[in-house]
Design a protein around this ligand. Sequence first.
Ligand SMILES: Nc1ncnc2c1ncn2[C@@H]1O[C@H](COP(=O)(O)OP(=O)(O)OP(=O)(O)O)[C@@H](O)[C@H]1O
Length: 615
Amino acid sequence: MTTPIKRTYSAWSNILYSMRLHWRARPLTLMCCAVSALVGVGFPFVSILMPKIVIDNLTEGVAPSEFILSVGGLALLLAALSGAKSYADLITHESVGTISILKHLQTIMHKHLHMDYEVLESPGYAKLGEKAWRAMQSNHSPASNIPRNLSQLLMNVLGLLAYGTVIGSVHPLILLLLAVSAGINWLALARARKIERNTREERSKLQGRLRYLQQASKEPSGGKDVRLYDLSRLIRGLFQNALGTCTEQERKVATGDMKAQLADAALSLLRDGAAYAFLIYLVMHGEMTLGNFVLVFAAIGAFAGWLSGILTSSSDLMRALSEMSDIRDYLDVPDLSNTGAGHALPSGDRLPPAITLRNVGYTYPDAGKPTLSGIDLAIEPGERIAIVGANGAGKTTLIKLLCGLYRPTRGEIALGGVDVTRYNRDEYFSLFSTVFQDIHLFCCDIAGNVSQQPPDRTDDANVAKSLVMAGLMEKVSGLEKGASTLLVRRVHADAIELSGGEKQKLALARALYKDAPVIILDEPTAALDPIAESEIYQRYAELTAGRTSIYISHRLASTRFCDRILLMDGGRIAECGTHDELMRAGGKYAEMFRVQAHYYKDGEVADHEEAFHLA
Ligand SMILES: Nc1ncnc2c1ncn2[C@@H]1O[C@H](COP(=O)(O)OP(=O)(O)OP(=O)(O)O)[C@@H](O)[C@H]1O
């Protein structure tokens, strides 16, 4: 898997996407956006029309009833428009950003839960994520407010047209003056937006780093090292550095914005001054009525507002659309595996057919060289395989490939002769019960952590049986609420904490509960005490009965109860055979075994070995 590709979404595509999202969630918000735009022009227009009508009526000496009718009618219209605007603004304010954020959070959660693990883990996807999270920082972020941006833009355009018509009817020269100043303003704003665009990638990266350091400072798991190794100075230094660069970048953007605003203010002063002088000239020479003077005077003042409104709202819209692309890039990363209908899984027999690896290789995304290469292996149904090897030899990577979390970048893995990529991904996952080295507990009770299902779908008898087999029942039955005891204190105040070994037993119980035809255990006893470990060895045959099993361990002696041992070295299977065969071969396995055996007293080794033979 390579780094996810950044797509290009046109402005129209992002607008449609956003409108569709809001329309599906709450059509009223879009209607209110439209109302807000129309009333946003109508209300101020009627407001500046009113003084003209009052003056015209007075200077023309209309009848009092006609005066009251026209002015009263306008006053009522103003009240109605004001009410409509308040209501529309209330709805759009309250809903637009919130709808967008909630919808995206929901979609992202769904995406995270269902996407290919390989993509989820890839650095390229994490980079896309930084940008997307930045774009969704709050319900006020631009990308969350596209309908409001559009409404603002529409209002400003309509305002410009309406007021431009009024001003143009007096003298087109005034309009030309206003248009030229708008052009200059646009250039200043475009420059500011360019700075913002050019620094966005860097700012996202920096914010990602800041978030990581924040996280590192508060994670209890890392808190021990922070204190005992006095890491605080290092973390603070890195944080200060990132913060300094981040502030510098943000300042660049703010300075660009400020310059654009200053240019706008200076131009407005010049432009309005010149236009007002021209109006005064027209009135003094009798070329304009007093009523029209009042109207156009007010229109010119507001015209600048519509103009800068267009510039600001279109620039905000561009930014919002560009940030929307960041969100969609993140959401639209495609799955690589087959999530549709797949080849039917072999059924009937409980054991899955043979799993065959042919010349399998795997290179991590963005890694320079392959982690695994040239793996040829046929795992027979019901076979008990042990995988051993030095740190970083590729054992965990191999099992991630086997259980479908990764796709080989070379060669093929087949189940019953069928390339596993042809099976539906989730159906294929159902074949495997796994215990990985890093164990995650979920914020539900112990039973839920074992069954990985909601309470109504949890088989309590199976939970109890799995806990007994994993050696955790003694602990659980000693708890006041038994298997209903909650885990994860960060979420539940009355939750309990499990020790490292207890977590490992819980993970084993989880694997046993699932009861899949293939069980994969990656150093499942690393955190167990010697008695618990020995019990697992003795029960290994029972635990894996009727299943194909793969067992990774650094304690070579513990792998003797397996049918076959694979020794991995440098991403390849270097040796393969039974314990006796490998010892006779006198290769790396024999060397590693002797190094370990050396640390056991003869008697202990003998006891240990006896236990293995029982399995
Ligand atoms: N997500 C990853 N991205 C990039 N490289 C990785 C990733 N996971 C592991 N590696 C690299 O792949 C190599 C093999 O790792 P793997 O975890 O498969 O080794 P292992 O044999 O299980 O090691 P150990 O005995 O320490 O658990 C390591 O050198 C590691 O740096």
